[in-house]
Write a protein that binds this ligand. Structure first.
Ligand SMILES: *Cc1c(COP(=O)(O)O)cnc(C)c1O
Length: 386
């Protein structure tokens, strides 16, 4: 059976070139990078090269990179670490309703500890109102956190403009950049960021490694206390092989960025155009202007069909996608992101996300275009919803 993986916003395969660079660090280069002897030194040099590569990916300095265990940890460190470092100044945070749970749940945790959080709404295409953002700022505001690109819709946010607002009010600015790496150009300096999170497994490095950019001189409390690793910002012996993989993947995606964007866009546009011409009753979730979305992401609702049934039927044909609803306790909960667009709840439950990677081909898109329309038509005939 064909196996077609169109769920790269959930995770990506480790690229063979990345794996090859990692392997020696499981065996011959086994030293603890904090050790001063030869075994440690062989590893600490490689770790610092990886740090330089990650820094170059986002236009940071190597000493501004803190390695973490994942993107979620990087988001937690940015938000809780800033809140703890600035609590004498104020206890108010501004974020959006469409953030990843790593951001939303960190904010909810702080709310339970007495912080106030403003969750900015988005419009029907998922865009933020920057006037509203600026009006939400108070003398107590210590952090603004807005993602670079949304994982479900692919929507890009006006990060540089938000950076300008944050700077004008002297407020720390964090962005969850996890979905943006390898899919758009990233420059933390031009964007006016103080903090930014990335995750290895979303761009060809392994699971279990991430990084937080922390602008030099930014006040941040550590969350994991222990040794002096990561300039006292994250205790614990480094995940050496994972970090080597993160560095290798960073170098590859930086080198190939323009070509990757073109390739991803071509695949995504072929699917988007093909589905809109083959089917009626489909609704785009996210920005209608494709340039305002990641080049690899397409999120659609198929009126009259449950997203979950579509997902299972596509899986039977070997096609892996994700649905915008999660089955919890037997009921389909529409995703908080699709719900935030104000999409009718039944339509929200009929959403599917297609997310491309560089190993996908046009032939795979054509296979989806062959398989999906008849499935939708068949399910619609059986559906009590229309
Ligand atoms: C995947 C993802 C994360 C979490 O990264 P992990 O490394 O899986 O913890 C955070 N934010 C966004 C936008 C993501 O897509």
């Amino acid at each position: 059976m064909n196996q077609i993986y169109l769920d790269h916003n959930a995770t990506t395969p480790v690229s063979p070139a990345v794996l090859a660079q990692m392997l020696p660090f499981f065996s011959q280069h086994f030293g603890n990078p904090s050790s001063v002897h030869w075994a440690g030194r062989a590893v600490s040099g490689a770790l610092e090269t990886a740090r330089e590569r990650v820094a170059a990916l986002i236009n940071a300095s190597p000493n501004e990179i803190v390695f973490t265990s994942c993107g979620s940890e990087a988001d937690n460190l940015a938000i809780k670490g800033t809140a703890l470092a600035h609590q004498d100044r104020g206890r108010h945070i501004i974020t959006t309703v469409v953030e990843h749970p790593a951001v939303l749940e960190s904010c909810r945790f702080l709310e339970r500890q007495g912080w106030r959080v403003s969750y900015l709404p988005v419009d029907s295409e998922g865009a933020l109102n920057l006037d509203l953002l600026e009006e939400s700022i108070t003398a107590q505001t210590v952090l603004i956190s807005v993602m670079w690109a949304n994982n479900e819709t692919g929507n890009l946010f006006p990060i540089a403009k938000i950076g300008e607002i944050a700077r004008r009010h002297n407020i720390c600015f964090h962005s969850d950049m996890v979905q943006a790496v390898g899919r758009t150009a990233l420059d933390v300096k031009a964007a006016g960021l103080d903090l930014a999170a990335i995750s290895g497994h979303k761009f060809g490095a392994p699971k279990g490694v991430g990084a937080l950019y922390v602008r030099a001189e930014t006040r941040l409390e550590a969350l994991i206390h222990g040794g002096h690793q990561e300039r006292h910002r994250r205790g614990g012996t480094s995940n050496v092989a994972g970090i080597i993989g993160l560095g290798a993947a960073s170098e590859i995606v930086s080198r190939d960025l323009d070509q990757s964007i073109d390739q991803l866009k071509r695949l995504r546009d072929r699917l988007e155009d093909g589905l809109f011409s083959a089917l009626t009753g489909i609704h785009l979730n996210g920005s209608v202007d494709r340039r305002q979305r990641l080049p690899n992401t397409l999120n659609l609702s198929f009126a009259g069909v449950a997203g979950e049934s579509l997902l299972l039927n596509l899986d039977l044909k070997g096609i892996a996608v994700s649905s915008g609803s999660a089955c919890s306790s037997g009921t389909l909960e529409p995703s908080h992101v699709i719900a935030a667009l104000g999409v009718d709840p039944t339509l929200a439950q009929s959403s599917l996300r297609f997310s491309f990677g560089l190993e996908n081909t046009e032939a795979e898109v054509d296979y989806v275009l062959e398989q999906l329309p008849p499935i939708v038509q068949r399910l619609r005939k059986m559906s009590p919803l229309i």
